[in-house]
Design a protein around this ligand. Sequence first.
Ligand SMILES: [Zn+2]
Length: 138
Amino acid sequence: MKDNSDKGFSKDELLRAQSNSYSPFSKFKVAAAVKSEKSGKTYYGCNVENATYGATICAERTALVKMVSEEGPEAKIEEVRIISISDETISPCGVCRQSLYEFSDEKTTVISYSKDFKMEKKWMMDELLPDGFKFSID
Ligand SMILES: [Zn+2]
């Protein structure tokens, strides 16, 4: 029996989240997994589109929001994994890069898979968003 788990991450769970994608407009089903550094728990999410397009939420932000709403504002991302229906790997959009960056540190990694996990690409978060925006009101 093939083991689909890797450090708490499950390819089967990622595919299950992808199957839940609400993407009637683009037909582009995406899922993401966000693993919490604090709890070790992995949160899965899919893209949820909207007829206005602008209100669409990407899979990466769906998974991120699940982590933060469960673990609070101090939660940090250990790693992000993404899959789509593409034969190529995809990378997070600009909005997701900024959203993920705010809960990332220098060790946060992002791994993207092509459909069926045939291809894999990996980045450090600061490669995807060098000098990302952060501010402090201390
Ligand atoms: Zn996005």
